[in-house]
Design a protein around this ligand. Sequence first.
Ligand code: SF4
Length: 288
Amino acid sequence: MTEPRKIKHVLGLSGGKDSAALAIYMRDTYPDLDIEYFFTDTGKELPEVYDYFNKLEAYLGKDIARLNDDKGFDYWLKQFNNFLPSAQQRWCTIQMKLKPFEEWVKPLIEDGYEIVSYVGIRADEPYRDGYVPTEKFLKVRMPFVEDGLNKQDIINILNNTGLGLPKYYEWRSRSGCTFCFYQRKIEWVKLKERHPEAFEEAKCYEKHLNENASGEKYYWLGMDTPLNTLEDPKRIEEIKRNHEKALKRFEKKRRRNALYEEELIEMVDLDAIYDEVEGGGACITCYK
Ligand code: SF4
C-alpha cells in the first residue's frame, strides 16, 4: 500500500485585498494550520504592495516568500520579440507569475507532498478559471466560497485588523505591475500623478516595439495608441471628467437599487462603475 502524501498548505498573495483578507482569515480561523505564504514578484509591482506586505507579515507573524523569476520582464520582452504583453498574449503572467510558482512547488511534490493552495475567490463572485492546476498533487481550495464570505466581509476583515485596504486602492483598482495593460485610462492618468517614474518607464518600453504582420504596433493602451497620448492636459481633463460622470451614474443606479447594501469604494468598485465583471478579465494570480 502506498503511503498517504504529506500535505503542504500554501496561500498566494497577489497584493490584492481578497488574498490579503484570506491570509488573515486563515490565520485567525485555522490557527493550527501551518500555511506558507508566497508572492510571485515580477519586479515591476506597485510600491504600495511591498509596504502592505510588511504590515501583513507583522500581523501574520510569518514571512511572505518572494518567488522571483530570475530573468525579469526585460528578458522576456526580448524573448517575445518586443511585443508587449496584452490580454490576448499574456506571456507576463505565464512566465513571471505561474511558472515561478510551479518551480517552487515542484521539488515539494517530488518530495512526496500534496500541495493545497488556498485562493481568495469570494462567495459573491462567479468562479474564475484563474489558475487551473495541471499537476495531480496540487489541489485548490476556496475558503471564502466554502464559508460564504462576500466582498463586505472581506473589507471588514481588513478593517478589523487595522490593516485596512492597501494604499493603491486610493487611485487604482488592482494590484500587479505598474504598467499592467488591464488598467483603465483613469488609472494610467493616476499612475502618472502618483508614480511619474513608473509612467515614464512604461513609455520607455514602447520605444522599441515591433510591428505585427499588418504593420500595426500594439502599445499598452492597445493598437496604435501610445501612452504619450495621455500626456495632453486636455485629454487628461477629458478622462477625469468622463470618469466623474461614470461614477455619478453608478451612484445614482445604486441609490435606486435597494439590493446594494455594501459601501461604495470607488477603486474597489471600478469595474462595476464601468459595468464590467469584477477583475475585467485579469488573472487572479495578479490581482486577487
Ligand atoms: S499584473 Fe498585468 S502586466 Fe503584470 S503579470 Fe499580471 S497581467 Fe501581466
